[in-house]
Design a protein around this ligand. Structure first.
Ligand code: PEP
Ligand code: MN
Length: 337
């Protein structure tokens, strides 16, 4: 920690700060400038005995951490890329992974048709929400356990692993019984008790970025998963709230190279929630791949006009097949398969 003292303070005020730093178990190193004193406090910043409260002292001007607040998710902790294995699929390796399927599981027919269509077009993982976090309590809330059972059936028929959202702590065991990957949604990205409960299942976790989350907060939310002994975490950019309203959210593609630089964990991009408009999804996928995304999460529906949720952003089977074909040169140009 770096502690900057105010200019022209009394020697006794400086001594009091040094005493406090030593009391908290740190070694102070003093840099004496012309006007002010800067103290480097050396020690483990992961303790409860935080030096940050020194900011409340009248003689202290600034307190700045030297270390990053996230440890286990950081590239410093683990310089090489981490990969996550889900059945035969490896996320974070050379091969770009595509997870696709409907926003919500609606019926057996809708899910089976979609699962087969996305598999045929080259998707490796099936997505589908059974518990849906809807803005209005009057909107379709998901089929619940029935939806999970349909996902398991689609997995059995197609061989594709499934990803579905875990909405509440109450459903951890139920969802973990059916899902291959637990999705933590944007609205729960800082529900720390849910993150801990999800981590404890040992299942791979896809952590969406909270719609108002800074990247540091997102990485720290991910830290909860690794700190609870689950290394199988991937971060998913899905757009953030800005003033722009031509799109549902502003897909922050700059987060992809930033998180790849800061963390060893795989990065996924969800252009569907990211823009809210089917016509933009293919282009945003190309951008995501070019910027180094390890996987894509795409909403596909047999008839988006009749979807029970997120109709405007879901692509048709033909649209998805074309998107996958058009993506190929971008995957190759990004040095992936
Ligand atoms: C979804 O994937 O359908 C979803 C609800 O995602 P988000 O949490 O990003 O809104
Ligand atoms: Mn959706």
């Amino acid at each position: 920690m770096i502690i900057v003292l105010k200019p022209n303070i009394k020697k006794s005020e400086e001594t009091a700060v040094l005493k406090e730093i030593r009391k908290l178990g740190y070694r102070p190193h003093i840099i004496r400038g012309v006007e002010r004193v800067v103290i480097g406090a050396v020690g483990d910043e992961r303790t409860q005995h935080t030096l940050e409260t020194l900011i409340t002292w009248p003689q202290v001007e600034k307190v700045m951490p030297v270390q990053k607040r996230y440890k286990l998710v950081s590239r410093e902790a683990h310089p090489r890329n981490s990969t996550i294995r889900v059945g035969d699929v490896v996320i974070g390796g050379r091969k770009l992974v595509v997870m696709a399927g409907p926003c919500s599981v609606e019926s057996e027919k809708q899910l089976m048709q979609t699962a087969k269509a996305v598999k045929k077009a080259g998707a490796q993982i099936l997505r589908g929400g059974a518990f849906k976090p809807r803005t209005s309590p009057y909107d379709f809330q998901g089929l619940g356990e029935k939806g999970l059972k349909l996902l398991a059936k689609a997995r059995a028929e197609t061989g594709m692993p499934v990803i579905t959202e875990l909405l509440s702590e109450e459903h951890v065991d139920l969802v973990a019984e059916y899902a291959d990957i637990l999705q933590i949604g944007t609205r729960n990205a800082q529900n720390f008790q849910l993150l801990i409960a999800a981590a404890k299942t040992g299942k791979p976790i896809l952590l969406k970025r909270g719609m108002s989350m800074r990247i540091e907060e997102w990485l720290l939310a991910g830290e909860y998963i690794l700190a609870n002994e689950n290394p199988n975490l991937m971060f998913c950019e899905r757009g953030i709230r800005t003033f722009e309203n031509y799109t549902r959210n502003t897909l922050d593609l700059s987060a992809v190279p930033i998180v790849k630089e800061e963390s060893h964990l795989p990065v996924v991009v969800d252009p569907s929630q990211g823009c809210g408009r089917a016509s933009l999804v293919a282009t945003l996928c190309r951008g995501a791949v070019a910027l180094g995304a390890d996987a894509l999460l795409i909403e596909v529906h047999p008839n988006p006009a009749e979807a029970w949720s997120d109709g405007a952003q879901q692509v048709t089977f033909d649209g998805f097949a074309k998107l996958m074909r058009d993506l190929r040169p971008f995957i190759e140009a990004a040095g992936r398969e």
